[in-house]
Write a protein that binds this ligand. Structure first.
Ligand SMILES: Cc1cc2nc3c(=O)[nH]c(=O)nc-3n(C[C@H](O)[C@H](O)[C@H](O)COP(=O)(O)OP(=O)(O)OC[C@H]3O[C@@H](n4cnc5c(N)ncnc54)[C@H](O)[C@@H]3O)c2cc1C
Length: 393
């Protein structure tokens, strides 16, 4: 049996839902398909269940891509304010948590419900728990095969997301389709992900599990000042997740555990003003006690500060202001929030999100080589790119 649609969208996540709404509003016959049991599951679990749906400070510099200018057009065509207006239209209450990050006051489910209601109003047909066995092109038309049925369409939108959190539906489907149509893919890697370490650093992390500090975490010239969390598997927290999107295997990251203080100057002053004070007590003034104790131990320092040479104090201050450590890897796609890399932006028009080689074939959302910083940027990319494809498909 064959069926005909104007537009078929594969993947009913953030980007696919947004795209379906816009296509439907234009009066086109649209089918939105997902293989998962529940629609919009990643939205529902996002932002700790409150969905950090956008950021007040959306700017192209907050996105990582081989072509950093690629995002400009879509972000202009559908801005954070457009999404905020949609939220307001549905009376969803929200607040800014920090750094421009907007969260629902109540629940991320409100965003899913809002998108589903918009789909209903726009006459979008949604099918879930669907397994697609083939995708191809016949003449000017695309088709997908589902069981014994063949669905044809003029425009096919791929919105299957990245590889993170496979247990709620992530798959490599979008990349496979890109490959089938001979489109280049930028290497994919887990991003916004906790980092792991070899034994020595891991032992420190384990001992400090649960401790959170404000830190500046840097990789080369890129730095983030946010919370950092010690866990029994390594390091996590916003500053670590952010740097994980930039860090390269084999290289060090640097951590400033006391970013507001020039520690060597502080220690030298203290040596002059209070030479008999214990070094552990002094370091505990600037760091949580458990951390201070471990750092003193690691540097083999104890006793009165006057007994410690300036060289030793220098080494100690360095391990606080510029702790250089070498991650062995990350926790991987199981816990990563997003996937770095994806469909090469050179293959896609930034104005329409349509493939340059294959008219009628679109890629949107996380499956594309665009990765936002932590803080609502990834959803805004999904809304913006989804909207754009929805206008042109
Ligand atoms: C735990 C967690 C929390 C997050 N929190 C935030 C946050 O607060 N703010 C933020 O901006 N970003 C957040 N993100 C990132 C954000 O969720 C994603 O960037 C965003 O969902 C990407 O949208 P998408 O539509 O491209 O992909 P997705 O939302 O992942 O949707 C892809 C859809 O495609 C479907 N699919 C996959 N393969 C197939 C197939 N073979 N056949 C049919 N369907 C298929 C999937 O089931 C899924 O429904 C979070 C991510 C995670 C994992």
């Amino acid at each position: 049996m064959t069926k005909k649609y104007d537009v078929i969208i594969i993947g009913a996540g953030a980007a696919g839902l947004m795209s379906a709404i816009e296509v439907g509003k234009r009066g086109r016959k649209v089918l939105l398909i997902d293989h998962a049991k529940k629609i919009g599951e990643k939205i529902r679990i996002s932002g700790g269940g409150r969905c950090n749906f956008t950021n007040i400070n959306i700017h192209p510099s907050k996105f990582i891509s081989k072509n950093p200018k690629f995002v400009i057009s879509a972000l202009k065509q559908y801005t954070q304010n457009n999404f905020i207006d949609l939220i307001k239209k549905h009376n969803i209450k929200f607040h800014e948590k920090k750094l421009g990050q907007l969260f629902c006051d109540q629940s991320a489910q409100q965003i899913v419900d809002m998108l589903l209601l918009e789909c209903q109003t726009a006459n979008v047909t949604i099918k879930k728990e669907i397994t697609i066995t083939e995708v191809d092109k016949q003449g000017e038309q695309y088709f997908i095969v589902v069981g014994k049925e063949k669905y044809f369409c003029n425009s096919l939108i791929i919105a299957t997301g990245g590889l993170s959190v496979p247990k709620i539906g992530a798959s490599k489907f979008g990349y496979d389709i890109a490959q089938k149509f001979n489109l280049n893919i930028v290497e994919t890697l887990p991003a916004l992900v906790p980092l792991t370490f070899s034994e020595k650093i891991l032992a420190i992390c384990k001992e400090l599990t649960g401790l959170s500090v404000e830190a500046v975490v840097s990789f080369k010239k890129i730095l983030f000042e946010e919370g950092m969390l010690f866990t029994h598997r390594g390091l996590s927290g916003p500053s670590i997740l952010q740097i994980s999107s930039y860090w390269k295997l084999g290289e060090d990251i640097k951590i400033n555990l006391s970013p507001k203080l020039d520690v060597i100057k502080f220690l030298e002053d203290r040596k002059n003003s209070n030479p008999k004070q214990d070094i552990n007590v002094i370091v505990s003034e600037i760091l949580p006690k458990r951390l201070a104790h471990i750092i003193c131990n690691e540097n083999n320092v104890s006793g009165n500060i006057c007994e410690l040479s300036n060289k030793i104090l220098n080494k100690l201050s360095n391990s606080i202001n510029a702790w250089a450590i070498n991650p062995t890897g990350s926790e991987g796609y199981k816990t990563a929030e997003v996937t770095l890399g994806g469909i090469d932006t050179n293959e896609i028009s930034s104005k329409t999100m349509m493939s340059k080689k294959h008219p009628g074939l679109f890629f949107i959302g996380e499956v594309v080589d665009v990765t936002g910083h932590l803080g609502g940027y990834n959803f805004q990319w999904a809304w913006s790119s989804g909207y754009v494809a929805g206008r042109y498909a």
